[in-house]
Design a protein around this ligand. Structure first.
Ligand SMILES: [Ca+2]
Ligand SMILES: [Ca+2]
Ligand SMILES: [Ca+2]
Length: 435
């Protein structure tokens, strides 16, 4: 058995070697065949590429669709690309041309292809034409085939086609939306289940919610499609609001939610709830794990010690939100009064001293360098959090005191710590705002 496998292996090796031999020989012949000055290049992809054809058209409503193709052959530079459209009986759409003219040319009148062409950049090998779907279909729904061809001397050089579905579609209707009552503090999850009516064969492709404060959009909410509601025989879209759905929505009573629906045929509908109130819950910091009472700077030249400070933030509005950066600290040392810099922040992003992202434990890494300047200092840190939601509540301070000593400090010629406070902060990624 083992012998057989070995033989087989040997045969495979011989076979592979033979293939390798063939390849090398072929490559040698090929390279000798080329002029030495010719750069060896991979030839560009050639042919006709369909860049933009709508898969669905509105047969009953004047709608302009852009049709765009690319002639991917450097040696071929046609004046136009021809499109022949065939459809169900009675539609009789015919043909139109696509141009690479940057919409600079006034085109002759056509039943449904528009003038100018709709092309954006001239002479870039993309050929474009805008068409009116109602005029193209003659208001007859059904399957249409768009056949593109690059004209040649006698026969087309390249051809390609695409099937498009045209239908009579009415606007979608939101027949029911879930109203929202006052969202007070750490409220229980609320399921939002709008009911939507569409014209066959149209279907809903996206539903989302826009949270409005005084009619102005401040946040969005995604809906997911669940299984079909058997009783209603209609697609079922759901979103759930949790206290952290709007982490920075402040306490106010002029909120509303607009449901927005878009369909496969490009129809849109929306509906808005009555005004409701949100009450953002207060936050607390706890389980503080600070620095030791005494910290010794490293004795070796150029050496650095890193220590981490962690605390837990409790705020149901920020549960699982990794990018909240309102947890911060100030520091006070000897002659320096309470001092704060933008980088004096704790993060929950799993970086800069934080081990797990999104677990509600916020951390900051501090480094204390070997120093000849800061020999024995008492530092007081105060940690706190400022909510990102109006009225921007601030928690109580958590204080931490540490004495930092530099042992064996009398050596000459050492570089003092670069931070005038005598420590540095391992910074988390910068954020533009609180979230
Ligand atoms: Ca073009
Ligand atoms: Ca809160
Ligand atoms: Ca964490």
């Amino acid at each position: 058995m083992a012998d057989e496998i070995r033989k087989k292996g040997n045969r495979m090796k011989k076979y592979k070697f033979f293939l390798y031999y063939l390849t090398v020989t072929a490559l040698l012949f090929w390279s000798f065949g080329c002029d030495e000055d010719d750069p060896v290049e991979t030839p560009p992809p050639t042919g006709l590429e369909i860049l933009e054809v709508p898969l669905t058209l509105l047969a009953n409503i004047d709608s302009i669709y852009t049709i765009r193709v690319r002639v991917a052959d450097e040696g071929v530079d046609p004046d136009y690309v021809l499109c022949t459209v065939s459809g169900p009986s009675g539609s009789n759409p015919g043909t139109f041309n696509l141009y690479d003219d940057g919409s600079l040319n006034e085109l002759e009148a056509h039943p449904y292809a528009q003038s100018p062409s709709g092309d954006i950049v001239p002479n870039n090998d993309t050929y474009t034409r805008d068409v009116n779907s109602r005029l193209l279909t003659n208001e007859i729904a059904g399957e249409y085939t768009f056949s593109f061809s690059v004209p040649g001397q006698s026969d087309p050089i390249y051809t390609k086609s695409e099937t498009v579905l045209a239908a009579d579609i009415e606007d979608c209707i939101l027949t029911h939306i879930t109203e929202i009552n006052g969202l007070i503090g750490c409220f229980d999850p609320v399921d939002l289940t709008p009911l939507i009516e569409v014209t066959e064969p149209d279907s809903v492709i996206d539903v989302y919610g826009v949270l409005l404060l005084d009619g102005v959009s401040i946040d969005t909410l995604n809906f997911i499609s669940e299984e079909v509601f058997p009783a209603l025989d209609t697609p079922y879209w759901i979103s759930t609001i949790l206290p952290n759905s709007f982490p920075c929505a402040g306490t106010d009573d002029n909120y509303s939610l607009r449901y927005e629906v878009s369909t496969r045929f490009g129809m849109n509908c929306s509906a808005t709830t009555a005004d409701f109130s949100i009450l953002n819950d207060d936050q607390t910091i706890l389980n503080f794990r600070g620095l030791p009472d005494t910290l010794y700077r490293p004795t070796a030249v150029g050496d650095t010690d890193t220590v981490a400070v962690t605390l837990d933030l409790e705020d149901c509005n920020l549960e699982g939100i990794q990018t909240f950066n309102g947890v911060r600290f100030d520091v006070k040392r000897d002659t320096i009064d309470w001092y704060h810099e933008d980088k004096y922040r704790l993060n929950d992003e799993g970086v800069s001293g934080d081990s797990i992202a999104g677990d509600g434990t916020y951390s900051v890494g501090l480094t204390f360098n070997r120093s000849d300047t800061y020999l024995d200092n008492l530092y007081i840190f105060r940690y706190y959090s400022v909510d990102c939601a109006p009225p921007y509540e601030q928690t109580d301070y958590l204080y931490d005191t540490v004495r930092v000593i530099q042992p064996l400090a009398e050596v000459d010629g050492l570089i003092p710590a670069s931070d005038e406070l005598g420590f540095e902060v391992i910074t988390a990624p910068a954020r533009e705002n609180h979230l």
